[in-house]
Design a protein around this ligand. Structure first.
Ligand code: NAP
Ligand code: HSE
Length: 401
């Protein structure tokens, strides 16, 4: 069994550790490891097979190419070349699947080889395999999830330890949870890419990540955290999607989650995915969503699936694109925050438009919890407040019970 590994960072090292730990059961030969700067690895026990030259990788006779570089390029070109050369591919790269999943799945099929990507969603949690294999026969009509370890780690530490956003982001980077460019984590792109992969597999049509409503956590401050505590909630970056009448709706956004909700129990780098299937009902998957060992475990399992010929079809990526609706079109609650001297005017406008609301704070700033028929209704009020010149900038955080 011969594999080549592209990338020897957090996940690459996690995979090698798994291979070493299971040596007695499975002898996997690593033919080469591609890195950007091999000087960093002079004292590594793998120094003799570490290279900066992709040609060194492809000149070997390999069964599987494991792509753990990340990003779109040159990873896309390397994966494409492997598939065209009839080499199986395992990757943890959600950016790649979310952008080029259709092309790569098609290419794998044409060349009669496998493309596996369990680690691309939920880190160490086996979730794609259960979704595509164990839940076959179920129609999944919705899902909600926490899909990013870095942001969940940041929000947990801000909430539990009162630490600042910047210092926890730094810690998440040091622990290997964050992406090379952490903007993908904190602005919600990473979670949206994962939600699009899950939604594509669940709804049997391509769901594009940029079509979701998308908002990250970079604007969450200690005031939000304190309001959450005051209301018996936590703040989580939540991804949700639903399929109804051949249309999908979905978002990735920070949300106030009631302390009684299962999602509020998921802290630090842990992730959760909850599916709703017509036969199975609600089904949850929880585990470590980022980090060396958990992700190495998921990549290793994909490698073993290929060696053991346990291959499921994943045609969903090649299907038609599905239209995505961004706004929540049913009853919802939201915390609205305004920095404005015209607090009374804002409250009387809310009072005129909405039946139910609670003023949470009217000291430093105005914070109001509103209960509305839909998110459109809330957005209309915010537009009105802006048009009347009462407040230029407001903040809105949805709440789920
Ligand atoms: P990482 O720690 O930054 O490691 C990246 C590795 O790729 C490094 O060894 C780097 O070389 C190498 N590399 C980067 N650009 C390259 C290029 N152009 N040519 C050759 N080698 C290059 O990244 P990671 O955290 O392991 O993530 C790898 C992939 O797994 C990404 O797609 C990520 O989204 C995904 N993933 C990560 C996690 C996680 O918890 N970290 C979890 C799930 C999925 P040098 O060592 O020389 O810099
Ligand atoms: N940066 C990602 C996260 C890694 O924090 O969830 C796992 O995909």
């Amino acid at each position: 069994m011969k594999i080549a590994i592209l990338g020897y960072g957090t996940v690459g090292k996690g995979l090698v550790q798994m291979i070493e730990g299971n040596k007695n059961k499975r002898n996997i030969e690593i033919t080469s490891i591609l890195v950007r700067d091999k000087n960093k690895y002079k004292s590594s026990k793998y120094a003799n097979i570490i290279t900066e030259n992709i040609e060194d990788v492809f000149k070997e006779d390999i069964d599987i190419l494991v792509e753990l570089i990340g990003g779109l390029h040159p990873s896309y070109e390397y994966i494409k070349r492997a598939l065209e050369s009839k080499i199986n591919v395992v990757t943890a790269n959600k950016d790649m699947l979310a952008e080029y999943g259709d092309k790569l799945v098609k290419l794998a099929k044409e060349n009669n080889v496998s493309l596996k990507f369990e680690a691309s969603v939920g880190g160490g949690i086996p979730v794609l395999k259960p979704l595509t294999e164990s839940l076959e026969g179920n129609s999944i009509d919705s899902m909600y999830a926490i899909l990013n370890g870095t942001t969940n780690f940041i929000l947990s530490k801000m909430y539990n330890e009162g630490l600042s956003y910047d210092e926890v982001l730094k810690e998440a980077q040091e622990l290997g949870f964050a992406e090379a460019n952490p903007e993908a984590d904190v602005e919600g792109y990473d979670a949206a890419r994962k939600l699009s992969i899950l939604s594509t597999l669940a709804y049997n049509g391509r769901v594009y990540w940029k079509d979701f409503y998308l908002e990250g956590i970079s604007k969450i401050d200690m005031k939000d955290i304190n309001y959450a505590k005051q209301m018996g909630c936590k703040i989580k970056l939540v991804g949700q999607s639903k399929k109804k009448n051949e249309k999908v709706s979905g978002y990735v956004r920070p949300v106030l989650v009631d302390n009684n909700n299962l999602l509020s129990q998921i802290d630090n780098e842990y992730n959760i995915v909850v599916f709703n299937g017509d036969s199975i009902g609600e089904l949850s998957f929880v585990g470590k969503g980022a980090g060396k060992e958990p992700t190495g475990s998921a990549v290793y399992a994909d490698v073993m699936d290929i060696f053991n010929n346990r291959i499921a079809k994943i045609d969903q990526f090649t299907k038609e694109k599905i239209e995505v609706e961004k706004t929540i079109n049913n009853k919802c609650q939201a915390l609205l925050r305004f920095k404005s001297p015209k607090k009374e005017e804002i409250i009387s406008l809310i009072n005129a438009c909405i039946d139910e609301y609670d003023v949470i704070d009217d000291n430093d700033e105005l914070a109001v919890m509103v209960y509305a028929g839909s998110e459109y209704e809330i957005n209309n009020i915010l537009c009105l407040i802006k048009d009347k010149g009462y407040c230029e900038e407001s903040r809105k955080l949805l709440k789920i019970s």
